[in-house]
Design a protein around this ligand. Structure first.
Ligand SMILES: Nc1ncnc2c1ncn2[C@@H]1O[C@H](COP(=O)(O)OP(=O)(O)OP(=O)(O)O)[C@@H](O)[C@H]1O
Length: 248
């Protein structure tokens, strides 16, 4: 289990300043949520932490080591990202065996067959799925494969960018329960972007509310049911979500 710390993370895309001095700490083994309106910069925080986008200033450290100082291989073994759209994130012409063996080859892992079988078992899929292609899987099964691909290199931190929002409601619950179980078993540290405060309440220990590229407030998850936020925007966001749940 490793902690993650973000300090003064700032990003501009051309003339547009997208993140303004974002700072927060995620404890080792914690699930930390990022919520806020569309375009507030949640996914950009994850992209910067994963160095998918490297033109930023500030510091992102995992257990005291800057992600900017890690080699690409070290970074991949330290943190992995799971995206919203499990179909888009899997190559359509790659069998699941290829999807899972590539990261193992790149990282120089031995016992690849045993590791692939273990990873599929961890996400509740049978071994014969190794010979299937993404189009032969349901959305939930594809997301399980995407999670297996992330965890197969035994990372410390998983960055989850709305990992269930493209899925049917019943499948969402399955994937969330799987993520919770994997965190308990493997001690991952999670940052999870979500639009759904009920998901954040269920999954996260704490969460940051973002607005226009800034962190407005960091709250414990139980601030949701009691609307314990103090900042006006965070209060509004939680109130809107509670109202939606009441009428839904
Ligand atoms: N590569 C890019 N080039 C230019 N602008 C970008 C790029 N990536 C993101 N942006 C802009 O940065 C801002 C933040 O985007 P981001 O995707 O991080 O928001 P978000 O909070 O995750 O939104 P959503 O909830 O809709 O996914 C937006 O205004 C977006 O248009």
């Amino acid at each position: 289990m490793k902690p993650l710390s973000i300090r003064d993370l700032s990003v501009s895309f051309g003339a547009l300043r997208v993140l303004h001095d974002i700072s927060f700490d995620v404890r080792a083994g914690e699930c930390f949520g990022l919520v806020g309106e569309s375009g507030s910069g949640k996914s950009t925080v994850l992209s910067c932490a994963a160095m998918l986008w490297s033109q930023w200033t500030g510091r992102v450290e995992i257990d005291g080591v800057s992600v900017q100082d890690m080699s690409p291989a070290e970074r991949c073994r330290t943190l992995q990202m799971v995206f919203q759209d499990p179909y888009g994130s899997l190559h359509p012409r790659h069998a699941i065996r290829t999807v899972l063996s590539e990261p193992l080859k790149i990282q120089g892992f031995d016992n690849r067959d045993a590791r692939m079988e273990q990873a599929l078992g961890d996400v509740g899929l049978p071994v014969d799925f190794l010979d299937r292609y993404p189009h032969q899987l349901s959305g939930g099964q594809r997301q399980r494969v995407a999670i297996a691909r992330a965890l197969i290199v035994e990372p410390d931190v998983l960055l989850l960018d709305e990992p269930t929002s493209a899925l049917d409601v019943s499948v969402q619950a399955e994937i969330l329960n799987l993520l919770a179980k994997l965190r308990d078993e493997k001690g991952f540290t999670y940052i999870m972007v979500s639009h759904d405060l009920a998901v954040v309440d269920h999954m996260c220990d704490r969460f940051a509310v973002m607005q226009t590229g800034r962190v407005v407030e960091v709250l414990d998850h139980d601030a949701i049911s009691s609307n314990g936020a103090t900042e006006p925007y965070a209060r509004e966001l939680i109130a809107a979500s509670l109202e939606y749940e009441r009428i839904a």
